[in-house]
Design a protein around this ligand. Structure first.
Ligand SMILES: Nc1ncnc2c1ncn2[C@@H]1O[C@H](COP(=O)(O)OP(=O)(O)OP(=O)(O)O)[C@@H](O)[C@H]1O
Ligand SMILES: [Mg+2]
Length: 240
């Protein structure tokens, strides 16, 4: 569905992503794991059109048998229109708006009111806590609830490809479990997922395929189960 070829991201003199290639097959969960500063966010942001100093290729075929497009260089709003949604690192919700207003913002590019209503209901089914708090201001939600809101909002554009940047960051273990269970449900409902995570154990446990990023390079790529059993991965990312 999406193929990243020889991606480079530079910030002035910093070469954050140094020739990364990643394949994301339709219907799968692909995860990108790696330490702080490995270049995970830079890579995912480049795909979303948010990294100015990016070069390489991002090839995307929205529908099976459809036309393949090169996305790199397109503005971010084009990605949303093509069915790609990014849930950025650090819960960028709008604190002054209610939960429901935040969710409706995620559907800003749509005009199918029935579809929006159905997806809103879908979000509340996925995250019952958000339904209970739909009139509450985003800024008054707990950290975990804000993270759920951020994920739910990125679903409101009804993406074919959902990219999540560290959805488990700062969550208590129980909520981490809940958010990963939800990711599996989102995938089972037919959405392809690119998951960036520092929580390698949780990410590899739900993903089909994984890439390990080290200082801007993909040093390993394998089915997630293989990475879970790989001694090097275990030592470096899974606490031995
Ligand atoms: N806007 C920027 N300007 C300059 N350098 C940047 C910028 N964004 C990221 N970097 C640098 O690029 C490198 C990769 O950062 P990136 O955020 O992609 O890493 P990451 O793998 O997502 O890390 P983390 O797990 O901490 O989120 C880091 O050295 C970082 O300091
Ligand atoms: Mg990051």
């Amino acid at each position: 569905m999406l193929t990243i070829e020889d991606l480079h991201v530079r910030y002035g003199g910093i070469h954050a992503v140094q020739g990364v290639s990643i394949a994301i097959p339709r219907g799968r969960i692909v995860t990108l794991i790696g330490a702080n500063g490995a270049g995970k966010s830079s890579a995912i942001r480049a795909v979303a059109g948010l990294a100015r100093g990016a070069s390489g290729k991002v090839l995307y075929r929205r529908k099976e048998g459809g036309r393949e497009e090169q996305l790199l260089g397109m503005p971010p709003e084009n990605m949303v229109r093509r069915g790609i949604s990014l849930c950025p690192e650090g819960r960028r919700i709008l604190p002054q708006l209610t939960v429901e207003e935040n969710l409706r913002l995620g559907a800003y590019a749509r005009d199918d009111d029935d579809g929006i209503a159905a997806d809103l209901e879908g979000c509340y089914e996925l995250f019952p806590r958000l339904r209970e708090r739909k009139w509450q201001k985003g800024g008054t939600l707990s950290g975990g609830e804000q993270q759920m809101l951020a994920v739910a909002r990125s679903l409101m554009s009804s993406p074919d490809l959902l990219m999540l940047d560290e959805p488990s960051l700062g969550l208590a273990p129980l909520l981490v479990k809940e958010i990963f269970r939800t990711i599996v449900r989102i995938n089972a409902a037919g959405r392809t997922i690119l998951l960036v995570e520092q929580n390698a154990l949780a990410a590899l446990s739900v993903a089909h395929y994984g890439y390990v990023l080290e200082v801007g390079r993909a040093v390993m790529a394998a089915p997630a189960k293989e990475l879970l059993n790989n001694p090097r991965v275990r030592a470096a990312y899974l606490g031995g």
